[in-house]
Design a protein around this ligand. Structure first.
Ligand SMILES: Cc1cc2nc3c(=O)[nH]c(=O)nc-3n(C[C@H](O)[C@H](O)[C@H](O)COP(=O)(O)O)c2cc1C
Length: 259
């Protein structure tokens, strides 16, 4: 089969176990009662901590949450997301500047000049660890879901999980053995996203039209309410008004300036 460079999720004939894991990935929101053991979590996280890290800062921490009462509170704080309470294990991925601050203090400096770069590198670092953990888990058959809604109320999540200053919750991750097999959501066309040598703005309107129809057809096929202009409609509805507009203030309170 020739290498299909036109469509988004279509597979190439070049593959590997890792590529297969990535191709088959889908967010899972229903889990069986089977436990995810501490040894499994440790194997997943130890592998994930091999992710590249900017200047070797390793500016992340992970909080493993199993207590049903805490998961229930987290579910409420993240907009009543049932799967957060129901997953056997929830991992809270945090950007964490405490160890960097400790290093600087040893050498006579503080972190009061903390700016956008600190927050950004820590957030990028934790995203790389998070995705690595997600893929490592998936390779064992343990599936899950990232939870960005922790940034709705980061101060409350931080307090609940005992985060000190200079630590903020970037996203959470529900993990468990899957009890559903959802159809994969289509991705945008490969050529819409990939540019060769120089960025090209050609074909944007057509690409949006195509993806609107593909996503609408997907939602119809799984019985989910949608509109013919599915993606552009949903994106506009969700993002036209500023979201989480107190986030900068909350993160400043948590010791991240983002200025
Ligand atoms: C950083 C991040 C945060 C997310 N937060 C949530 C969330 O709070 N709740 C949820 O149900 N899905 C969440 N998702 C899952 C996305 O909605 C999902 O990945 C996307 O719709 C594509 O679907 P797929 O993962 O099944 O391909 C999040 C994904 C990412 C990457």
């Amino acid at each position: 089969m020739p290498h299909d460079i036109r469509s988004g999720p279509a597979k190439s004939d070049i593959t590997s176990e890792t590529i297969e894991v990535l191709h088959n990935r889908v967010s899972i929101r229903k889990y069986s009662q089977d436990p995810v053991t501490e040894a499994q979590v440790e194997a997943i996280l130890r592998a994930a901590f091999r992710a590249p890290t900017s200047s070797n800062i390793q500016a992340y921490s992970v909080i493993i949450v199993r207590d049903p009462a805490v998961k229930k509170e987290l579910a409420e704080l993240t907009g009543n997301q049932r799967h957060v309470a129901e997953c056997p294990v929830y991992l809270q991925f945090c950007a964490d500047l405490t160890r960097m601050e400790g290093a600087m203090k040893r050498h006579g400096h503080d972190m009061e000049n903390n700016n956008l770069e600190y927050g950004l590198v820590a957030s990028i670092d934790v995203a790389l660890v998070g995705m690595s953990a997600y893929v490592a888990a998936d390779s064992l058959g343990i599936k899950g879901l990232m939870i960005g809604a922790v940034r709705n109320k980061p101060l409350d999540v931080g307090k609940l999980l005992g985060m000190p200053r200079r630590v903020y919750p970037v996203f959470g991750m529900c993990l468990g053995w899957p009890a559903e097999a959802p159809k994969q959501k289509p991705r945008m066309d490969y050529e819409t996203i990939v540019h060769r040598e120089r960025y090209s703005t050609e074909g944007l309107a057509a690409a949006l039209d195509t993806y609107d129809s593909e996503l609408a057809a997907h939602y119809e096929s799984i019985g989910k309410k949608t509109t013919p202009d599915s993606w552009t409609h949903d994106i506009d509805e969700k993002f036209a008004a500023p979201r989480r507009d107190k986030l900068r203030q909350y993160l400043k309170e948590m010791g991240f300036d983002f200025r």
